[in-house]
Design a protein around this ligand. Sequence first.
Ligand code: COA
Length: 183
Amino acid sequence: MAVVELGPERCDALLRFFEALPDGDLTFIKEEVTDPETVRSWASAKTPGGRWVAVDGSPDAEEVTGYVAVRPLPGWSDHVGEVRLVVSPSRRGSGLGRELARRALVEAVSSGLSKLVVEVVAEQGAALALFTDLGFSGEALLRDHIRDRGGQLRDLMVLAHHVSETWAGMDTVGIADELDAPG
Ligand SMILES: CC(C)(COP(=O)(O)OP(=O)(O)OC[C@H]1O[C@@H](n2cnc3c(N)ncnc32)[C@H](O)[C@@H]1OP(=O)(O)O)[C@@H](O)C(=O)NCCC(=O)NCCS
C-alpha cells in the first residue's frame, strides 16, 4: 500500500472507489465525486491544496482504498484548509485513515496553510479519535446541522488545528520531523 498524490493515471481507479462507497460516506466529500469530468479535472488543473490516494495492488490492476483532500477555503479564509477523508469500508481499522490524515497535515503545513478544519458527525468515534490524536480539537458544535440517510437530524462537529499553536503537539506525533522545523 502506498499513499501518492492524485495524478491523471489514477482518476479511473478513484472513480471506482467513490462509486463503491455508501451514500453516507459520500456526503463527507461534498464535491460531485461520481462525475468523471469532476474527478478528472482535479488531476489536470493545478489548484491550491492537494489530493492524495492510498493505492493497493499491481500497477495494471491498481485499487484505490482511501482518499484525502485539503481544500483551501475561499477569499478571506484562504489561509484555512478543509480536510476531507474517506477510507474504503473494507479497509477501516487498520491505520489507513490515520496515515492519510497525517500526510494531508504534513503537506498542508508545508504549503503554508496556518489552520486546518474538518467536519465530523458527532458520533463518528473513529474520525474524532484520529483527528484529536493529530492535534485537532473541537472548535464548534453545530446542533441538528445534518440529516442522515434515515432523515434523522445529527450534530456536526468542526475540529480545528491551529498550526503554530499546536506545533509542540505535532512534535509529539512525529510530524515535525517530516517538515523543516520553523525558525
Ligand atoms: C474516519 C475514517 C477515515 C477512519 O479510517 P480508518 O482507516 O478506519 O482509521 P484508522 O484505522 O487509522 O483508525 C484511526 C483511529 O480511529 C479509532 N478507531 C478506528 N476504528 C474505530 C471504531 N470502529 N470505533 C471507534 N474508534 C475507532 C482508533 O482510535 C484508531 O486509532 P488506533 O489506530 O490507535 O486504534 C473512516 O472511518 C471513514 O472513512 N469514515 C467515513 C468518512 C468520515 O467520517 N470522514 C471523516 C470526516 S471528513
